[in-house]
Design a protein around this ligand. Structure first.
Ligand SMILES: *Cc1c(COP(=O)(O)O)cnc(C)c1O
Length: 509
């Protein structure tokens, strides 16, 4: 392919993306394919001869698109958003065009320096503690990682390195592998799956601590765990606290957890993958109380800040610790320029050697959207989640478990079977996509606002789908079945289930 053909191909690709984004709401949000569908559509080996890009684009439409789940659709209400934007898409396209691999400052000074600048912009935008700024006088600093998982692994590996160095001095008779074997980290039982994966990769033990009624980790349970572990000779060394858990968007109590970390020399990593973006709105900043205890913090721009996947911003209180843990020197990595906080060697803060030019898509997004539009996007999502909760509240068959930021958790009253059933039916119909989660022992449905510019209409569409399918469920249930499901019920709200209740509830709708 030459530059002339690339122009044609590239313009066609931009048209494709624009058409896709403009019309994504009209597509069924979930694909209708069976596992392995693509095996039957594509040859088992690559072509020997060059093919025209037009043929490939045709196959993209005919064979690949049918297997896409539409994350940018306003009818996608599962997980958390992965909201993209036009400036971000173009930023990534140009970064790909430049094709840099920036493992040191000299490999593209602008890649490092733009990242230093945009990460400081972000820290100020979220009003993070000043010690995190690259431009601060202290040792703090920030960068862009790919994902929350990678940020967390980097934080925990750094914490482990610190702890081992300290414990070797405190326990001169113990060898390093014995020390490592006794390290233990903590998170709540609501922490993202990646916290547990991090512990496995870092080869340390982890305790998933019980939470309070609001599914938030508080000081008491944390203190008990630390004391128990110290008693049996373990070394508590790190804690991952979550601002906005994946299940229900619960917030751990940093004001209680933070001081315990300080007292016990425990590294505190704060995972704010989804909720972190909301801190750009002053009205949501109270959610961040206690953040000043953090040794490291991350949030995903690729979730709720209109930057496409992948992009997770991460900050350290003291960057010299990660540099100590990660630096491996080689003569070919050296260059003659003095490194300072304006030009850090990001390869020493991350797992890969090569560093992607993510800062470009962030810079494009922050400038072309501006702070006002980004705040407005978040406020719109929060407002629409509130609207959805209001709609749910008009129907007595439902119970709202919680509404935090852009997430609403709800369930059908009385028993989990109905709720599970509703999720299954909605998934089969593919008009909207929601997933289930657990609130204590109860099955709940998570509803997240999503889409480029979602409106009341999108919320009403989802609500109608949910309401109509609930009608169908209650229509099917005979009085006999109610008795059966009641006796099998995992959770009973203590309400007296009357035999006629299903029909009655159906009748009042
Ligand atoms: C989504 C999410 C993650 C995982 O994010 P990745 O960037 O995919 O690793 C971690 N923690 C929380 C709280 C999340 O919501």
């Amino acid at each position: 392919m030459n530059a002339k053909e690339f122009r044609e191909f590239g313009y066609a690709a931009v048209d494709f993306i624009a058409d896709y984004m403009e019309n994504v709401h009209e597509r069924q949000v979930l694909p209708s394919v069976e596992p392995g569908y693509l095996h039957n559509l594509l040859p088992s080996g690559m072509p020997e001869k060059s093919e025209s890009w037009k043929n490939v684009m045709k196959d993209l439409n005919d064979k690949i698109l049918p297997g896409i789940t539409h994350w940018q659709s306003p009818n996608f209400h599962a997980y958390y958003p992965s909201q993209s934007s036009y400036p971000s898409i173009v930023g990534d396209m140009i970064a790909n065009g430049l094709g840099t691999v920036s493992f040191s400052w000299i490999c593209s000074p602008a890649v490092t320096e733009l990242e230093v600048i945009v990460v400081d912009w972000l820290a100020k935008f979220l009003d993070l503690p000043a010690f995190f700024l690259n431009s601060s006088d202290g040792c703090g600093g920030g960068m862009l990682q790919g994902t929350a998982s990678e940020s967390m692994l980097v934080a925990i590996l750094t914490a482990r390195d610190q702890a081992v160095a300290r414990l070797k001095i405190d326990y001169p008779n113990m060898n390093e592998s014995d020390i490592r074997g006794k390290l233990v980290m903590y998170t709540s039982d609501q922490g993202n799956s990646c916290v547990e994966k991090t512990a496995r990769l870092a080869a340390v033990s982890i305790r998933l601590l019980p939470v309070n009624r609001n599914l938030s980790l508080c000081g008491k349970n944390f203190r008990i765990a630390i004391e128990d572990d110290i008693k049996v000779g373990k070394f508590p060394f790190a804690c991952v606290a979550t601002l906005g858990t994946t299940g229900t968007c619960a917030f751990d109590n940093l004001l209680q957890i933070g001081p315990l970390c300080r007292e016990n020399k425990i590294w505190l990593h704060i995972d704010a993958a989804y909720a972190g973006s909301a801190l750009c709105c002053p009205e949501f900043r109270p959610l961040m109380q206690g953040i000043e205890y953090a040794d490291s913090f991350n949030f995903n721009l690729h979730k709720w800040m209109m930057v496409n996947f992948d992009c997770s911003a991460m900050w350290f209180r003291d960057t010299s610790k990660v540099v100590d843990a990660f630096t491996v020197d080689r003569i070919y990595l050296r260059h003659h320029v003095e490194i300072d906080s304006k030009a850090p060697e990001y390869r020493n803060w991350e797992i890969p050697l090569g560093h992607r030019f993510r800062a470009l898509k962030v810079w494009f997004t922050l400038r072309i959207m501006g702070a006002e539009e980004i705040r407005e996007n978040i406020r719109n999502h929060v407002r629409l989640a509130g609207y959805f909760a209001e709609l749910i509240a008009t129907d007595t068959r439902f119970e709202i478990i919680g509404n935090v930021l852009g997430l609403v958790c709800f369930r059908l009253k009385r028993n989990c079977e109905y709720t599970k059933r509703l999720v299954n039916i909605l998934t089969e119909r593919k008009n909207i996509y929601v997933i289930q989660a657990l609130y204590h022992d109860k099955i709940i449905i998570r509803f997240v606002v999503n889409g480029l510019k979602p409106t009341e209409k999108d919320i009403e569409f989802a609500w109608n789908e949910i309401r109509m399918q609930t009608n169908e469920i209650f229509k099917e249930i005979s009085p006999m079945k109610i008795e059966i499901s009641k006796s099998k019920c995992l959770i009973d709200f203590g309400e007296s289930v009357q035999v006629a209740s299903a029909d009655h509830l159906f009748a009042i709708k």
